[in-house]
Design a binder for this molecule. Sequence first.
Ligand SMILES: NC(=O)c1ccc[n+]([C@@H]2O[C@H](COP(=O)([O-])OP(=O)(O)OC[C@H]3O[C@@H](n4cnc5c(N)ncnc54)[C@H](O)[C@@H]3O)[C@@H](O)[C@H]2O)c1
Length: 370
Amino acid sequence: MKVGVPKEIKTHEYRVGLTPGAAREYVAAGHHVAIETNAGAGIGATDDDYRNAGATVLTSAAEVFASSEMIVKVKEPQPSEWAQLRENHILFTYLHLAPDPDQARGLLESGCTAIAYETVTDAHGGLPLLAPMSEVAGRLAIEAAGSALKRSTGGRGLLIGGVPGVQPARIVVIGGGVVGTHAARMAVGLGAEVTIIDRSIIRLRELDELFEGRVRTRFSTIESVEEEVFAADVVIGAVLVPGASAPKLVSRSMLGWMRKRAVLVDVAIDQGGCFETSHPTTHAEPTYEVDGVIHYCVANMPGAVPLTSSQALNNATLPFGLALANKGFSAVLENPYLRTGLNVHRGRLTYKAVAESLGLPFSPIEQAAA
Ligand SMILES: NC(=O)c1ccc[n+]([C@@H]2O[C@H](COP(=O)([O-])OP(=O)(O)OC[C@H]3O[C@@H](n4cnc5c(N)ncnc54)[C@H](O)[C@@H]3O)[C@@H](O)[C@H]2O)c1
C-alpha cells in the first residue's frame, strides 16, 4: 500500500498522523510511506527522522495526495484536503462528521473511503482510538488545576500535594471513566485527597479496587455532588453520556457556596460542558473567573502536548492502520471493529447515526460496496 501523511493544516494542530516510529512499522510491513516535508515539526521529528525510518519525504501535500492510496491524518480534512481526495483513497483520521455537513459533502463528492478514528470500536464496546486522548486530557487536567491554583496565575496559592504537616488539595472528579480515572491517578500521585463521583455503581466498585482505598468513591446524586463540590479546592468535570450533551451538574448558584478561588476544570467542554458557567477556552487564554471560582475549559487539551498525544494516538491507531494497509477495503469487511469505523464509502454515508444527524440517506456497507 502507498501510505501518505500530509502535514496537519488545522489551526494550532501540532500532532502528526504517523510518528517516525509508526512509519517504520509500515515500512517494515512492506508498505511505502510518503510524508510531507515538515509534517513532524510540531513534535520535533525532522524529515531525516522519517527518511531514517524508511519513508520518502515529499515537498507538498499535493504530491502526497497524488501519489498515495491511503491517507493517514489526525484532524478532519480541511476544504483544500477534500478537494484532493479521490475514489481510490482510503482516509484514516478523526472525522467528527455529524455536526459538519460541509465536510460530509466534500467527502461524499470525493468518492473516497473514510474511516473515522472516533467510531472504531474494540471487543469491549469501547472506543480505542478516542481513549488515548481522554487519557492525556485526564492527566493534563490535574496539571491545569495545579497551575490555576498558583498565586502567580491568580489562584489562591495552594500546592496540590501539600507538604508534611499541611493538608493537601481536595480534588473531586465527577465522572470516573477514562478521563476521570487518569485525573485521579495523577492527583493521587501528587498526594491530593481525591474523591470520584460516578452514576455507575459498577464503575465505582472497579475504581475502589483499582485505587485500593486511596480514593473515596461516591454515587452521583444532587446531594453528593453538592456536598463534595462545596468542600473542594478543585473539581474535574469528566462525565460523558454517549451521544448526548454533558449534563449540567454544577449550577451557577452553587458557585457562591464553593471555596473562594477554587478551580473548576471542565474536560467535558467538548460535549457542552458539565458546569452551567462553562464556555470553551483556548491554550492561549485557558481560564476565566465567575463568582470567585476559576474555570479552565480548554476544548482541545491534548493539543498542548502534541509529542505525547501523537505517540499515544499512533500506538492506538497502528494495528488498525496496518490492517488497512495490508488488506485495503477488505480489512473493513473482515474486521468488525474497523467496520464500525467506516463512515463514508464511494459517495455514500455508511454510519447510521452520522447520516441521521446530517439528515442524509444511510447505506449499509454491503449496499455501498456493491
Ligand atoms: N477537553 C478535551 O480536550 C477532551 C479530551 C478528551 C476527552 N474529552 C471529553 O471528556 C469527557 C469524558 O470522556 P471519557 O473518555 O472519560 O468518557 P467515559 O465514557 O470513559 O466516562 C464518562 C463517565 O461519566 C459517568 N457519568 C455520566 N453521567 C454522570 C453523572 N450524571 N454523574 C456522574 N458520572 C456520570 C459515566 O458513568 C462514565 O463513567 C467526554 O465529554 C470527552 O469528550 C475532552
